[in-house]
Design a protein around this ligand. Structure first.
Ligand code: CU
Length: 318
């Protein structure tokens, strides 16, 4: 019945079978390409990204360990099933053994093996969780505050005083407007670019203190392997240590449905080498000092809120 129906579709004029197969192939290739382009920097769109931080690599190793254990279990279980079904089928004259209703030996074996497998998975998982939660001995702390719909970054420790807002870049913001006439595909990193990215050094344990000024947001950069809620009235912690040599720009988004413009508050992190970061901090502090020393115009002083972002000539526009 089904074969007839398929034949009838294939015989439609103007839709040769070869063309249909080609269009299916193109659709599959297109879907893979779309998954790749939509994914984060180190993701291939299929597997979990390996990421660029100490924690993301740990999480990836754990994920692969569990994955291969699952593959092993699948091979053994389905292999046994297939062998049993083929070798002991009725047409081969197999007769069911109705006398075997209990075997203590078998029960011990199929209890111990899963327990061992669970321990093999639980030990590295527990160690990873402990490591993720251990925010002690950080070298740099940054307070991250979510707003509808932007992020504020306030540096502490050696970079204390640097404080700015990070909002959707103007190019994405123009293109997203109704009837803007701008094709979003022509905008680089559409909805994933900001005016002032978070700047952090590589090879350094950076602690983020996350909170919110209005609703629940979530700070998420897939390549860092971490996502944490920013909740009003609470401070959540997470830490990042980008591996040396992995400097660059990493992108993420708010991961909690936080209102109308939830999709328009991306996160961009510019990871610099420690030397470049030190220079960046010095530049920001110098600019801050200069801005504070300069007499503010009366009109501007009255209208502008005391936000460093307005005065800092932040170097990176990503
Ligand atoms: Cu949000």
């Amino acid at each position: 019945m089904n074969v007839n129906r398929l034949t009838a579709i294939d015989d439609k004029p103007g839709r040769p079978r070869g063309l249909k197969l080609a269009s299916i192939a193109i659709a599959i290739v297109g879907a893979i390409a779309a998954a790749r382009s939509a994914s984060a920097n180190t993701s291939n769109g299929i597997n979990l990204p390996r990421g660029v931080t100490v924690l993301s690599r740990d999480i990836y190793s754990l994920h692969m360990l569990v994955f291969w254990i699952c593959v092993g279990i699948a091979v053994v279980v389905f292999g046994t099933m297939i062998v049993a079904m083929v070798k002991f089928r009725h047409s081969q004259g197999a007769i069911p053994d109705t006398t075997m209703v209990h075997s203590t030996k078998v029960e011990i074996v199929w209890t111990i093996i899963p327990v061992v497998i669970l321990i093999v998975m639980a030990v590295p998982a527990a160690l990873s969780i402990l490591k993720i939660e251990d925010t002690r001995n950080s070298d740099l702390s940054i307070r991250v505050t979510g707003y509808q719909w932007k992020w504020q970054y306030q540096y502490m420790d050696a970079a204390a005083g640097i404080n700015y807002f990070s909002t959707l870049s103007a190019s994405s913001n123009f293109a997203r407007q109704l009837h803007s006439g701008i094709d979003p595909r022509t905008v680089p990193h559409y909805l994933l670019s900001v005016d002032h990215p978070l700047v952090i050094p590589s090879g350094v344990k950076v602690r983020l203190l996350l909170t919110s000024a209005d609703v629940i947001h979530a700070w998420w950069v897939p390549d860092f392997g971490m996502k944490r809620d920013a909740i009003p009235g609470f401070i959540n912690e997470m830490w990042i240590k980008v591996l040396p040599g992995k400097e660059g720009v990493y992108r993420g988004q708010c991961a909690a449905l936080c209102g109308r413009d939830h999709g328009f508050m991306p996160i961009v992190v510019d990871v610099k080498t420690p030397a470049d970061f030190k220079k960046w901090v010095e530049d920001q502090k110098a600019a801050l000092k200069q801005a504070q020393a300069a007499p503010a115009a009366p009109a501007a002083a009255a209208s502008a809120p005391p936000r460093t972002a307005a005065t800092l000539p932040l170097t990176a526009k990503l």
